[in-house]
Design a protein around this ligand. Structure first.
Ligand code: SF4
Length: 699
């Protein structure tokens, strides 16, 4: 079809959606993006794209793009000039802070932004607004894995190994990750491993397309991962499959873990998880006896009120067998958002500063204050997670919110409470390129850039920092996000701290701010990144090639160089089924939609494939309730209800139902979910709450 076009440029860049960050070329004709082609020369996807990636260019010139600033007057948005809109934002921010203090404003950011923008949001909150309240939507995604990684290894990089290690593993243990639908192109590596004779152990309450391909499927009850992982380790210990030398020389805390897992026999775990004991034994032997093996997990085990413990339980398996730090021997968490990894590296997380530094560490604070040119007293203390920020908004402690690249009306748990909170805010500003369900509640909406208009870097799920290139100019009066944020800072009188004239200027500051931190970018340049198809961090010096595989020398990032075991006990989800709500509701994704759907719900091809959410029900449960396939049913929890068509399928457990979460109310899965948080990572428990199904009258 290119023959009919006058393509003037093919711009190499990356898909805006998941953490695979597949390489592609945007095709530009007369300044407009008119198509795309996969990059055969990019090692992650080698010419492959999933349905979302293939159609991603259709959002660029979509008729729904926001083209000028909007101010709400008498409940309706009216067009405004940039001066009008920005002056209003600055005046209201000043007023709120003068009346209620600096911390009366909050910033809520995203991880589908370039790393330059994520860095800017953290700095903007702390230096321009002087508020402690800044967080990002990775809080709903990767933070349990991140916290577990920090605790166990002393560093948070989603994957300790490059994905090219996957085909080298004899066995893959994949827990809570439906790769086939959520990271489709990762399957390239999985199938290569299978072609090499590899085996798969899949842990998932649903028989997903990935689970169906597994050699052993452990179809556990949602939220019982600690019991399962402890039992796997129990069998590995019993059968003498642990690596004594590795444990003795490179770890701390094994004795406590050994005595904890001793109680988790396969029979005990079978009772808790619903997985037959013999299957647990078979899986443990498969993983334990393999010379090379890798463990991967994702949101399925992390979206829990014990998400960090779930991840630690699987890490214990890796450490006890010493299967880490070598080709085909490793561990990884699979990133959901495009820049989920980069978004938590440089300081937009409530408790972190650039370079993955701790905001509570005096030395780290000093290092960043020196780069930013502010005094240590000026740098606010740690903030709180986004769900906790929303609690403080409800209590009136936080009165104003600036948000960018997120859609809380779809993505936060307990939508009814989120809606009331947004309605009660004194002032709410959204930067976005489409009007989201959340932006409708804003006082001011500022039109920003879509992915093809950006330049900068992202970090994919394996820790590879890659270059995003600009193909077209922002449409209408839309402006670059970095410009909007710097302009607000300038009008607040803090412009000297935000002298950036381009995204590249911000990257240069990131290099300095990350120097010496875990996520060290100092040795990178945009050119070096492009020339090498990405650079894995840490990359501490200009002549450093980057670090595709962590821990090759078995030196971990804790001060003594040793990894940490953590003894973890099984605790049930915060809400378990009872007479009133007898089923477990779990939520997740479908291949045709991305996160809150603000982009993908506008692409006709994707909508045609999956036009609305549904509730998966096991045939036994459906029979008991008299429900037919396709019948619309009401699903209720203690927080809300929604009406969904029933999808009757044997792929789900009889005690569990599943709803994908990409849609807004009245069919938002998050009308039902429980906002209870993991005590460490503060991730909400999206993957398990009590629910019931009701037939509609006459249904
Ligand atoms: Fe885009 Fe992810 Fe699909 Fe690749 S796998 S094309 S990055 S959505």
């Amino acid at each position: 079809w290119r023959a009919d076009r006058e393509i003037e440029r093919m711009v190499p860049t990356h898909c805006p959606y998941c953490g695979m960050q597949c390489g592609l070329y945007l095709l530009v004709e007369r300044g407009r993006v008119v198509g795309l082609e996969p990059r055969y020369d990019f090692p992650v996807n080698e010419g492959r794209l999933c349905p979302k990636g293939v159609t991603a260019y259709l959002q660029v010139h979509h008729p729904d793009r926001l083209l000028h600033p909007l101010i709400k007057r008498d409940g309706k948005f009216v067009r405004a000039s940039w001066d009008e809109a920005l002056d209003l934002v600055v005046a209201r921010f000043r007023e709120i802070q003068a009346k209620h203090g600096k911390d009366a404003l909050a910033v809520y950011s995203g991880s589908s932004l370039t790393t330059e923008k994520t860095y800017l949001m953290g700095k903007f909150a702390r230096v321009a607004l002087g508020t402690r309240y800044v967080d990002y939507n990775g809080r709903l995604c990767m933070v349990s894995a991140a916290a577990a990684n920090l605790k166990a290894f002393g560093v948070d990089r989603g994957s300790a190994n490059p994905w090219s290690d996957i085909p080298l593993a004899e066995v893959l243990l994949i827990a809570g990750a439906n790769c086939a639908e959520t990271f489709p192109i990762l399957n390239k590596f999985l199938w290569q491993q299978r072609d090499n004779g590899g085996r798969w152990i899949i842990v998932d309450p649903r028989q997903t397309p990935t689970a169906r391909q597994g050699d052993v499927h452990l179809q556990l009850r949602p939220g019982t991962d600690v019991a399962l992982a402890n039992a796997l380790l129990h069998v590995i210990v019993e059968e003498g499959l642990i690596d004594h030398d590795f444990i003795a020389n490179h770890t701390v805390g094994w004795d406590e873990v050994r005595s904890t897992v001793a109680r988790y026999t396969p029979q005990v775990a079978a009772e808790i998880t619903g997985v037959p004991a013999e299957r647990i034994v078979a899986a443990a032997r498969l993983y334990g006896r393999a010379r090379t093996a890798m463990v991967f997990h994702a949101r399925g085990i992390e979206h829990h009120s014990h998400g960090v413990n779930n991840a630690l339980a699987y890490i214990n398996l890796v450490l006890a067998t010493g299967k880490i730090g070598a080709p085909g021997r490793g561990y990884g968490t699979i990133t959901g958002q495009g820049n989920g990894q980069g978004g938590r590296e440089h300081g937009q997380k409530a408790d972190q500063l650039p370079g993955q530094r701790s905001i509570s560490n005096p030395e780290h604070r000093r290092a960043i204050c020196a780069v930013w040119g502010i005094s240590e007293e000026e740098l606010p203390p740690a903030g709180v997670s986004v769900v906790e920020m929303f609690e403080r908004m409800r209590r009136g402690e936080i009165r104003g919110l600036l948000s960018i690249c997120n859609n809380v009306m779809v993505s936060l748990p307990d939508t009814n409470t989120v809606r009331r909170t947004l309605e009660e805010l004194d002032f709410y500003v959204c930067i976005d390129f489409f009007m989201s369900e959340s932006a409708r509640y804003a006082d001011v909406v500022l039109p920003g850039t879509a992915w093809s208009e950006d330049e900068g870097v992202t970090t994919n799920g394996e820790g590879r920092v890659i270059k995003i290139n600009r193909a077209n100019d922002p449409p209408g009066e839309a402006r670059h996000d970095w410009w909007i944020v710097c302009e607000i800072a300038r009008r607040l009188g803090r412009g000297k701290y935000f002298p950036f004239q381009s995204s590249r200027d911000i990257f240069e500051e990131i290099r300095l701010a990350s120097r010496g931190g875990n996520a060290d970018y100092y040795g990178m340049t945009w050119e070096k990144i492009e020339q090498n198809d990405g650079i894995f961090w840490p990359c501490p010096t200009p002549d450093h090639p980057g670090t595709p595989r962590l821990f090759e020398d078995h030196i971990f990032y804790h001060p003594d160089g040793r990894a940490r075991f953590h003894a973890v006990e099984y605790e049930p989800p915060a809400e378990t089924p009872d007479e009133e709500f007898p089923l477990i509701l779990t939520t997740g994704r479908v291949v045709y939609q991305y996160l809150s759907g603000n982009q993908t719900r506008r692409i006709k091809f994707l909508v045609d494939q999956c036009p609305e959410p549904y509730v998966e029900i096991h045939p036994e449960t459906a029979r008991r309730l008299g429900i037919q396939d396709g019948e619309r049913v009401r699903v209720r929890s203690r927080r809300g209800e929604g009406i969904f068509p029933a999808l009757i399928t044997e792929t789900i457990r009889p005690d569990t139902i599943f709803i994908p979460y990409h849609w807004p109310e009245p069919q938002a899965a998050n009308l039902l979910t429980n906002p209870v948080l993991d005590p460490v990572s503060k991730i909400p428990e999206f993957k398990a709450c009590a629910a019931r199904i009701e037939r509609l009258k006459g249904g």
